[in-house]
Write a protein that binds this ligand. Structure first.
Ligand code: ATP
Ligand code: MG
Length: 269
């Protein structure tokens, strides 16, 4: 009774992976199958994504790389529910991401996702602290929220810069404010589209280092689009896009997809 472990495995202790899969712990947080995006410009069509399959597990950090125009931003926008696919499916925690109204998607983005963009996108008239507080859905008290924001900014080395406005901050500092803003709502997933694109290599490395620390310390799942491959380390998960598809030579993982064909990509640097 209750024998979940196949006979041949009873001779040795069960594989931890089997236990995780049986408990559902190992299921993908975010999955995509056959995602396509076609932009129509008059009679012309741009096929930005041509069938993308992907599984991202909770707590994972992955880089998405590829030439300009390969569809990286399009894919990140779809996974982050900023845009709908033309066809294909995306699941968040096993539920169809786009089986929701635009209003529900907006709520979901605010409660579960954090975004970091190349161009920081801070509000110029607000201080660093106010920018971080900006996306918060009223929940706890304003004082608690301000304390959280101040703590985050301090962690990111901006303890002395909280009252500064964006024009009084360097590029690297502005991006750290943007990172704090992405994290203030305690998101499950952070989507970063070329977060180092406006920074020199050293400052870019610092931002990537801070994102890695957040992933490691608070377990937030992270997807980073980047051209700055010098920041990718051996052992990092790297997803290579080319012409709207993941590179065919990318090895496939052994994990269980949320459904559909098993062609998710997982590769080394
Ligand atoms: N709103 C849009 N309307 C029409 N075509 C678009 C739109 N957005 C993107 N595209 C096209 O889709 C393709 C993929 O664009 P995308 O921005 O996803 O590329 P990318 O990999 O992020 O490139 P880059 O590295 O330059 O940022 C490109 O050919 C682009 O011109
Ligand atoms: Mg892009």
């Amino acid at each position: 009774m209750g024998a979940q472990i196949p006979m041949e495995k009873q001779t040795s202790s069960p594989n931890p992976r089997d236990i995780r899969e049986a408990s559902g712990e190992d299921r993908a947080l975010l999955s995509a199958r056959g995602v396509e995006k076609v932009y129509k410009k008059g009679p012309a069509e741009v096929r930005s994504l041509r069938g993308v399959d992907l599984d991202v597990r909770k707590g994972e950090l992955a880089f998405i790389v590829g030439p300009s125009g390969s569809g990286k931003s399009t894919l990140l926008g779809i996974l982050g529910a900023l845009d709908r696919p033309t066809s294909g499916k995306v699941w968040l925690e096993g539920r169809d991401l786009f089986d929701r109204s635009d209003r529900e998607l907006a709520m979901l983005r605010r409660s579960k996702f954090g975004f970091v963009f190349q161009a920081f996108n801070l509000i110029p008239t607000l201080t660093a602290l106010e920018n971080v507080l900006c996306p918060l859905i009223p929940g706890g008290t304003a004082r608690e929220a301000a304390q959280d924001a101040a703590r985050l900014l301090s962690t990111l080395g901006l303890g002395e810069r909280m009252k500064h406005k964006p024009f009084e901050l360097s590029g690297g500092e502005q991006q750290r404010v943007a990172l704090a803003r992405a994290l203030i709502g305690k998101p499950e997933i952070v989507f970063a589209d070329e977060p180092t694109g406006e920074l020199d290599s050293q400052k870019g490395g610092e931002i990537i280092g801070m994102i890695r620390a957040m992933n490691r310390d608070i377990g937030v799942t992270v997807l980073i689009v980047t051209h700055a491959v010098q920041h990718i380390l051996p052992g990092d998960r790297v997803l290579k896009l080319k012409d709207g598809r993941f590179a065919e030579d990318a090895p496939t993982p052994g994990g269980a997809p949320a459904g559909g064909k098993d062609a998710a990509t997982k590769g080394g640097a």
